[in-house]
Design a protein around this ligand. Structure first.
Ligand SMILES: Nc1ncnc2c1ncn2[C@@H]1O[C@H](COP(=O)(O)OP(=O)(O)OP(=O)(O)O)[C@@H](O)[C@H]1O
Ligand SMILES: [Mg+2]
Length: 415
């Protein structure tokens, strides 16, 4: 495939291979930028009586995921089919997946692990507010950019193609290690299922072991549904015991017993880091967390060990109890860590049609799909552009009101 084209994209190298197919690095000559092209193995759609339906579902899922625009989410640019090969063009990330980092034996510090988890929480919180569930949170889908510790979550919404029993049609896909109990059972899933999967990733990063394992798939599945995992500090004595409760909650069988949102999970992690609780989320939280992370790193660097460390922790603990009690007596303050209420999601819609159909729709510079298409946008002014090969492109600035649908019909003029 190297040197060939897929749609308008020129394939330059292979980036990796997943259960769905090969991921290539490509070049978009129109926009002159690098892209990652995820191809879907043709046999996934072949010999399916419902091939058309599967393909349609796949395109819709990609369109929905393409609506997400967040600094910790790999952006989706385009979806298409060329000579029987179905592909998704997405943001190319020059980095390494967590999966590869683990396999390469890289030792991440506790601050790095927490910092990575918080960024994934942030991405999940954003997506969940837009009612999009990832469904396949695992180390292979968490990419670390260069060596900046900046995280990008890949493959949002794409896993929806895969049924709860991890099959497409009748073929088994991937491993169940990171699946939530409700996902395995085929029950209705919401964002809390992603947070469970993230809990497994966090557990594995901290301890080096997966919380639920087994010789074969049915044992792993049985353990996810029934087993309470060992507290992480028991698996690896280097893990601060404060993580035990956070992970016990994250890995609760009943979604109602878990952290309910990404922010709640972030707050639980912030509490472990004992950072300045006055910091607000989300503005500036990364900086605060980095500072807090540096503090834990400092404790580790000082290398307080054994009895002395325990004595110090006990003394600090007693002092904290006395201080907290006297503060409580003085004035009954609101809880130190209160999860911020996410703003309600209110959106508007652009119902974009064109003659001829299949024009690319760009909203504020992002390719959102092809006409005819109902696009969800935030209320306000948006730059809309329609392009189609052989036709003059059309642009306008459009005001979209909350909960209203703006009908757009454009006759494309040929060049
Ligand atoms: N947007 C991207 N930019 C750069 N590399 C990517 C991108 N998306 C995927 N990759 C790389 O391509 C490889 C294959 O990814 P793919 O998503 O197909 O499989 P996976 O996530 O490992 O497993 P699965 O197919 O079970 O989801 C991974 O090693 C990943 O690092
Ligand atoms: Mg992936």
């Amino acid at each position: 495939m190297i040197g060939k084209t897929l749609g308008r994209y020129k394939i330059t190298e292979i980036l990796g291979k997943g259960a769905m197919g090969v991921v290539y690095k490509g070049h978009d000559p129109k926009i002159d930028r690098q892209v990652a092209l995820k191809t879907i193995r043709s046999e996934i759609f072949e010999d399916e009586s419902n091939r058309e339906e599967l393909l349609g579902r796949f395109q819709r899922e990609a369109q929905i995921a393409g609506r997400l625009s967040h600094s910790h989410i790999v952006g989706i640019y385009d979806v298409g089919e060329d000579d029987g090969v179905t592909y998704i063009a997405m943001e190319y990330i020059d980095g390494r997946s967590l999966d590869k980092i683990i396999k390469d034996g890289v030792k991440l510090s506790i601050d790095q692990i927490v910092f990575i988890t918080i960024q994934v929480c942030d991405a999940l919180n954003y997506a969940h507010r837009h009612r999009i569930i990832h469904r396949d949170i695992k180390p292979a889908n968490i990419i670390i950019v260069g060596d900046e510790n900046k995280v990008k979550v890949a493959d949002f919404g794409i896993a929806k193609l895969i049924d709860a029993d991890m099959t497409i049609g009748k073929r088994l896909i991937g491993t169940p290690y990171y699946m939530s109990p409700e996902q395995i059972k085929g029950d209705k899933c919401d964002g809390r299922s992603d947070l469970f999967s993230l809990g497994i990733v966090l557990y594995e990063l901290l301890t080096g072991k997966k919380p639920f394992s087994g010789e074969d798939i049915s044992t792993i599945i049985h353990n996810i549904i029934n087993q309470t995992p060992l507290p992480p500090s028991k698996v690896n004595s280097n893990v601060p015991h404060e993580f035990n409760n956070v992970l016990l909650k994250a890995l609760a069988k009943d979604p109602g017993d878990r952290h309910q949102t990404g922010y709640e999970f972030i707050n639980a992690l912030r509490a472990i880091l004992k950072e300045d609780v006055s910091a607000t989320i989300p503005d500036g939280y990364l900086e605060t967390i980095q500072n807090a992370g540096a503090r834990i790193g400092l404790l580790e660097k000082i290398g307080l060990k054994g009895k002395f460390r325990k004595l110090l922790i006990a003394t600090v603990g007693v002092l904290l109890v006395i201080m907290t009690y006297s503060l409580w007596l003085k004035k009954r303050e609101k809880p130190i860590i209160s999860p911020p209420t996410p703003p309600p999601v209110s959106m508007g819609y652009i119902n974009a049609k064109s003659d001829p159909i299949s024009a690319n729709i760009f909203i504020d510079g992002h390719n959102r799909g092809m006409t005819p298409y109902l696009i969800e946008v935030s209320p306000g002014r948006h730059e809309v552009k329609l392009t189609k090969e052989g036709y003059l492109s059309w642009e306008a600035s459009i005001e979209v009101k909350e909960n209203e649908t703006l009908n757009l019909f454009q006759t494309m003029k040929s060049r």
